[in-house]
Design a protein around this ligand. Structure first.
Ligand SMILES: Nc1ncnc2c1ncn2[C@@H]1O[C@H](COP(=O)(O)OP(=O)(O)OP(=O)(O)O)[C@@H](O)[C@H]1O
Ligand SMILES: [Mg+2]
Length: 526
């Protein structure tokens, strides 16, 4: 066989246009640009995102890093820039600057200064010139005056301005490009960007955090403050170093898990605004994954579990360094990782207990809310109805009561038997109480002189079946009647020798109902 070699040079227009659709959203794109600034040693980064009076979007990122000379500028604009010498760097693929920028803009302009006292230069990558210039870029030693001005203003010597022009994919084409709706759209982007950067670069932004170099970031001249998902008085339940076998060597990743205070606890500790600051909610629960101190993924449960309201209070931190890039299959946007099954298994087992603790804390809160929410008169109509009918329903007869031991002696067809007793004013047959022993739903008891039933407001059945139906008197009465009838039948049939059997039945019914209502929504779930 004689093989021939053929040139398969990529078509610049096809490649660069296709790479506009790698799936960047603005927040991840800007974070990628800022990665480059941090990798260049910058400690100040100024982001500008505005609408100019003519309705054009203005976007730039200015940093005071080491800057680039002419060769550096050319390398920076190359799809597949030279590999960075430092493997721990936040840059990895040689693509981020181009793909992030062209996801939103057709022209990328770099103005940079790599030596103090020397003039800045500007390099331009323009998608509309690709059909003519191919892979060639222009570098102008006469720097763009506006960006040279930004460098003057924001840096003491060296630095870089990344500017996007011809921004065609950020906001819709509004009829009035400089009208309120366009301004509103930009404002929403700015707010969301601020929140995103506060979370992604938290370890860099927080001057107290010693894990990463300190960097100041501002958006439209307003500083971005670090947002630490694990603050807010949360409890740390796990802090583990997990060995990862890489074949030729073993390295470690770090896994921590936290349980946050509930909404009401945050409010009690730090005021009404505290839950919003902690961003409590479904979308902020899960694993926050950090590569080299920068949040690259999450929060979510990495496909191990779904994000559900009862895990709202659980947040975990998974940190690793560049040595684990291959093991974690970090993608080009550096926003997705995949754990192999062995690692996923370790994380799954380690996070199960803290997740349970977070769930218990959440459910406790739901229960106390259920107690607070229930109407004290909820069972009054049932009591009136049962009082009316109870005379015609055969029942045991009350023999004696003992307040100190909380027991009553009753007589039924089988003899005398001891049952629970509580003092009460007359006319109560059904009573809702905060809690019953062993977490059961209902407990037969003589309430004053009446055969009655006590129902636990802490049982999920009360929270999920009773409370949502508070407005329907008939439903509440039907539910109460059923539980009362069960209790009353128990008084008629119980004997000392069978008491435990009845107790077991109640326990099993309560447990089954707890399971059966598990997936029903909680009223006003947080
Ligand atoms: N703000 C900056 N200051 C100095 N050099 C920069 C700056 N931004 C980019 N560069 C240079 O341009 C190169 C290309 O950047 P680009 O983001 O495309 O790739 P990368 O950061 O190496 O890898 P990745 O694709 O993972 O982001 C960088 O390697 C760096 O040399
Ligand atoms: Mg990069």
């Amino acid at each position: 066989m004689s093989a021939e070699l053929f040139e398969v040079t990529p078509d610049p227009e096809r490649i660069t246009e296709s790479l506009r659709d790698t799936g960047y959203v603005l927040n991840t794109a800007v974070a990628d640009i800022i990665d480059n600034s941090i990798a260049a040693g910058a400690d100040s980064v100024f982001v500008e995102l505005k609408l100019d009076p003519r309705g054009n979007v203005r976007f730039s990122v200015t940093d005071n890093g080491i800057g680039m000379d002419r060769n550096g500028l050319v390398n920076a604009l190359k799809y597949g820039s030279a590999r960075r010498p430092d493997p721990s760097s936040l840059g990895k693929f040689g693509l981020g600057l181009k793909t992030a920028s062209t996801s939103f803009a057709r022209r990328l302009k770099l103005t940079s200064k790599s030596e103090n006292g020397m003039p800045a230069a500007t390099a331009i990558w323009d998608l509309d010139l690709v059909p003519v210039q191919g892979w060639q870029v222009s570098v102008d030693s006469q720097a763009d005056p506006i960006d040279a001005g930004l460098l003057e203003k924001h840096t003491a010597g060296t630095g870089t301005v990344v500017r996007w022009e011809k921004i065609d994919r950020l906001i819709r084409d509004y009829k009035n490009p400089s009208g309120d709706r366009a301004h509103g759209a930009i404002k929403r982007h700015v707010n969301s960007l601020r929140d995103h950067l506060a979370m992604v670069f938290q370890r860099f932004l927080d001057p107290e955090d010693t894990r990463a170099a300190n960097v100041k970031i501002s958006v439209n001249e307003t500083p971005v403050d670090a947002w630490n998902p694990f603050g807010f008085g949360s409890d740390k339940l796990l802090d583990a170093s997990i060995p990862v076998d890489l074949g030729d060597k073993t390295t470690t990743m770090h896994l921590k898990a936290f349980v946050l205070p509930r909404k009401t606890e945050l409010q009690a500790a730090d005021g009404d605004g505290a839950p919003a600051l902690a961003r409590l909610g479904n979308k902020t629960q899960g694993i926050y994954v950090y590569r080299e101190n920068r949040l690259i993924h999450g929060p979510d449960w990495l496909n191990m579990w779904a994000q559900e309201p009862h895990f709202t209070l659980c947040r975990a931190e998974l940190s690793f360094d560049h040595e684990l890039d291959l093991a974690f299959q970090v993608d080009i946007k550096k926003s997705t990782i995949i754990l192999d099954t062995a690692l996923a298994d370790v994380v799954f087992r380690a996070l199960t207990p803290p997740r349970r603790a977070a769930e218990a804390r959440y459910r406790d809160g739901q229960r106390s809310r259920a107690r607070d929410m229930s109407d004290p008169e909820l069972h009054a109509p049932s009591n009136a109805a049962i009082k009316d009918k109870s005379k015609s329903i055969p029942n045991a007869t009350l023999q004696s009561t003992d307040e100190s031991s909380g027991t009553a002696e009753i007589r039924n067809d089988h003899g005398v038997v001891k049952v629970d007793f509580v003092q009460s004013t007359s006319g109560v047959f059904v009573e809702a109480v905060d809690e019953l022993r062993d977490g059961i739903l209902y407990q037969p008891a003589y309430i004053g002189d009446n055969p009655g039933v006590r129902i636990s407001k802490s049982h999920p059945y009360y929270e999920k079946v009773y409370l949502p139906n508070q407005a329907s008197g008939n439903t509440i009465q039907a539910l109460d009647s059923l539980l009362w009838a069960l209790a009353s039948a128990e008084f008629r049939s119980a004997q000392d020798s069978t008491r435990e059997i009845f107790e077991d039945i109640r326990y099993d019914v309560s447990r089954a109902l707890k399971k059966l209502v598990e997936d029903l929504p909680s009223p006003d779930s947080e």
